[in-house]
Ligand binder design. Structure first.
Ligand code: 26M
Length: 821
């Protein structure tokens, strides 16, 4: 106790400089001046970490004593972002650290930029998981985030000769990661392959999964501090390694070679993050990743339950498990296997426990993105799980048959097994059958999940389907990313209460016309635009004016997200400028078009789109005739940290997916919260944002989701004539205005000779009309700022705090457990 008190005293009195220098000297073992930024970053991180550890261990023991119901969020992706400033803000020590670091001759912000931004996710789904962890800690929910500790995260994107080159992201190399702790005492064996052995037990058969190979799952924990609360939760990522370190003496050369092959095989499981350009049906390693992380996680969950001396029957009262998409769905048969084969429970009880524990979130209705695993692969890799899936399906179809006798069409639609060659396991159907809750991530998306994706399942269990519209954390996406707007809010709202309650921003709506507020609002936006302009200058060598309209389109490059539609409209704008008289030009709004986003390495068309954007940029930016009226930049390597620079600087951001295809989108929320206006289609969360801020405050265009099928049919039957302006754009590209037309043949073919599945040509005229409206409003500064203030002030609903409160109340049945100070 005394030691504990002493340690605490020590932290309280030790000034930041002393603590940082102590780490430079004793942890990093560096003594000599001058201090370098990387050293000082690490020493600062270690200093901040010390203040975290006690809260972390206290929280964990408090949870152990109280033994409340917990939630385990299972996700194969997390996009955490940098940690230093987030931690400093959440602990409430930003003044101390800003001053302390300044005394050492550095700016905290510059040191923070030294941190490598771990990219253990593809995009929206991974970032959502990290926003959720932040909200769960801030709201004092006892929560664990479980995932995989990839050695190589999402690749680093370089742009060379206008094209994407992928560079492996070996994020752990060359520096220690101060934000994780390897738990050498926490590791579990995970089995693959082998066979199933049946044993008679009385009049029952029991099954045992044996043989095969065993891999070790090693835990790495990261603290997740809540904002201004003592609660500090855990994100536990599993890393794979060989189960036995081989004994050099006992092995001859042949055995040694085999053992080291086994080691390489084991380590390959957590080696790389898979891209989401296609599903990986048949990719054995991907399935191994899924089972590896699920098996280790469930062993951890069951061990914790047993340590608190509770029977498995109490699992649903003690743990809620949320499946982030179908990626962790193999958890359902794995939990069944543990209960049936290891714990000796009967099927009915085990199934009831399992379904009351699991809940599933769907994140896409794109058919090509729905996971299906070949039965032969499952039989080989996880033979017992395949048996269990068959048994689950058998009982499920019996229930269907009882309710709808002789309805073979319904039976095959509802079956977990697709009767193709080879047979496939539909993971989404397994997830729905095995959960008590299925949710979509925006109203329209949940509707489409119910009506288009799984109508028969929704028919069978209407009460199981529910909506949880996504949200974003105001800590990272407002407080950290936008210091000038954060200061304004704190001033105008009389304190920092808005950080945990962004509904309070609504107060500003009444002041949206106040010239003082407007002036401060515009000044804040300008600061952010200058910061981005500086970034553009340094990284692209392009000079842009902060007076121009910053029009931003940043997200993964996908056909359905329609970056192509945007760049085609930019070519049109270029044509219009070129044809305009000086008099007409004087009335045009200057635009800076900002693109960023990665294309999956194997996604050919997406990579051609990046090439086209860069080729158009080269021509436009180099044309003195156009001058400041149009600049186009593609910022390489979009990630969380770059998003933090781009988002606060936008005047307009584009969220222009073909209606019905973007499940939610979350960057749309970040942009609007930062006072940007949205140019978008009636898709995903755009619809709810329009409802919240008023549709007239958004620039909306394009086909509605309910019309897309009909439009595609009509087009196939009788293709309408192409818009003249679009035809002219095609002609320019074909004439080689942006480099050899052959470079863009595939893109043009997909539009002209393909079926234009994404309805670019159909939406093109209304898209141009919406852009013209943007320009008309932008010239009226007061009107623009008014809309900007109103939009941001009405975004209260889109905090991930609201989303997580809904999950906790309606799915997890969880109570907050605030850890005493
Ligand atoms: C896309 C095109 C072609 C082939 C596959 C895909 C694809 C694959 C996986 C699309 C999405 C995939 O994963 C789900 C996902 O990332 N969904 C995103 O989840 C976010 C958080 O809920 C939502 O905001 C995004 O709208 C949704 O796309």
């Amino acid at each position: 106790k005394r030691q504990h008190a002493l340690a605490q005293e020590h932290l309280k009195v030790e000034p930041v400089e002393a603590s940082v220098l102590r780490h430079v000297q004793y942890t990093l073992a560096r003594r000599h001046q001058p201090l370098t930024a990387p050293d000082l970053y690490l020493a600062t991180a270690l200093s901040v970490r010390e203040r975290l550890i006690e809260r972390w261990t206290d929280t964990q023991s408090y949870y152990t004593t109280k033994d409340p119901k917990r939630v385990c969020y299972l996700s194969l992706e997390y996009l955490v972002g940098r940690c230093l400033q987030n931690t400093i803000h959440n602990l409430g020590v930003e003044n101390e650290y800003t001053r302390g670091i300044a005394a050492l001759g550095y700016e905290l912000e510059d040191l923070a930029a030294e941190e490598h931004d771990p990219a253990l996710g593809n995009g929206g789904l991974g970032r959502l998981a990290s926003c959720f962890l932040d909200s769960m800690a801030t709201l004092n929910y006892p929560a664990w985030g479980y995932g995989l500790r990839y050695r190589y995260g999402m690749f680093e994107q370089r742009i060379e000769r206008g094209q994407q080159r992928e560079v492996p992201d070996y994020w752990l190399q060359g520096h220690t990661n101060p934000w994780e702790v390897q738990r050498l005492d926490i590791s579990y064996p995970v089995r693959f392959y082998g066979h199933v052995h049946a044993v008679r037990q009385g009049c029952n058969l029991r099954y045992q999964w044996e043989g095969g190979e065993i891999v070790k799952a090693q835990a790495f924990d990261s603290p997740i501090p809540g904002y201004r609360t003592r609660n500090t939760n855990t994100m536990r990522l599993w890393s794979s390694c060989a189960w036995d370190e081989f004994d050099l003496n006992a092995f001859n050369a042949g055995q040694l070679a085999a053992a080291s092959e086994a080691r390489v095989r084991a380590e390959s499981i957590s080696a790389v993050l898979y891209p989401n350009d296609h599903t990986d049906a048949g990719k054995e390693l991907r399935l191994k990743q899924q089972f590896f992380f699920v098996s280790a996680t469930l062993q951890d969950v069951v061990r914790r339950l047993k340590r608190s001396r509770r029977p498995l029957a109490e699992l649903p009262d003690k743990v809620a498990i949320q499946l982030n998409d179908t990626h962790p769905t193999i958890a359902i048969p794995e939990l069944m296997r543990i209960m049936l084969d290891v714990e000796g429970l009967e099927w009915a009880e085990a199934w009831s426990i399992s379904t009351r524990t699991f809940a599933y979130t769907n994140h896409t209705i794109l058919p090509e993105a729905l996971e299906r695993w070949p039965v032969p692969l499952l039989e080989r890799l996880l033979p017992r799980h395949m048996q269990i899936i068959y048994e689950i399906n058998h009982r499920h179809l019996q229930e269907v048959e009882a309710r709808w006798p002789h309805d073979t069409e319904r039976l095959s639609a509802l079956s977990i097994i697709e009767e193709s060659f080879p047979k496939m396991v539909r993971m989404a159907v397994l997830a729905i059958v095995g959960s008590h809750s299925v949710n979509g991530v925006a109203e329209i998306h949940t509707g489409l999940v119910r009506t288009r994706l799984f109508p028969q399942l929704a028919d069978m269990w209407p009460e199981r389907f529910n909506n949880k519209t996504n949200g974003v954390t105001p800590r990272r996406w407002l407080l950290l990313a936008n210091p000038s707007l954060a200061a304004l809010l704190t001033k105008w709202l009389g304190g920092q209460g808005w950080v945990t309650d962004i509904e309070r921003l609504r107060i500003l709506k009444a002041h949206a016309a106040n010239p003082d507020l407007q002036q401060e609002w515009a000044a804040s936006k300008r600061v952010n635009k200058l910061r981005l302009a500086d970034y553009i200058q340094r990284h692209c060598g392009v000079e842009v004016s902060a007076d121009a309209l910053f029009d931003v389109h940043v997200k993964r490059i996908h056909e359905y997200k329609r970056q192509l539609l945007n760049i085609l409209s930019i070519v049109h704008r270029y044509n219009v400028i070129k044809a305009a008289s000086p008099e007409e030009r004087a009335h045009m709004v200057p635009h800076v078009k900002v693109f960023a986003g990665k294309a999956a390495a194997g996604y050919y068309l997406a990579k051609r789109v990046i090439h086209l954007i860069n080729s158009v940029a080269a021509v436009v930016n180099g044309d003195p005739d156009v001058g400041p009226l149009l600049k186009v930049v593609f910022l390489a390597n979009y990630n969380v940290s770059l998003a933090e620079v781009i988002i606060p600087a936008s005047d307009i951001s584009q969220h222009i997916s073909t209606a019905g295809m973007e499940a939610s989108g979350t960057s749309n929320m970040k942009f609007a919260l930062n006072g940007g206006l949205i140019l978008g289609t009636m898709d995903g969360a755009n619809i709810e944002i329009a409802d919240a801020i008023g549709r007239h405050n958004m620039f909306v265009f394009g086909a509605a989701a309910e019309d897309t099928d009909g439009l595609r049919r009509e087009m196939a039957y009788q293709p309408p004539p192409t818009d003249e302006r679009l035809q002219q754009v095609y002609s320019c590209i074909e004439a080689g205005a942006f480099g050899p037309a052959s470079d863009f043949r595939a893109i043009l073919d997909s539009l002209q000779h393909g079926n234009d599945f994404y309805l670019l040509a159909h939406d093109f005229p209304s898209y141009l009309e919406a852009q013209a409206e943007v320009d008309r409003v932008f010239v009226n500064k007061a009107d623009w700022i008014h809309r900007s203030i109103v939009s941001a002030s009405c975004m209260g609903r889109f905090s991930s705090d609201r989303t997580i409160s809904e999950y906790a109340a309606n799915i997890w049945h969880l109570e907050a457990v605030p850890c005493p100070e």
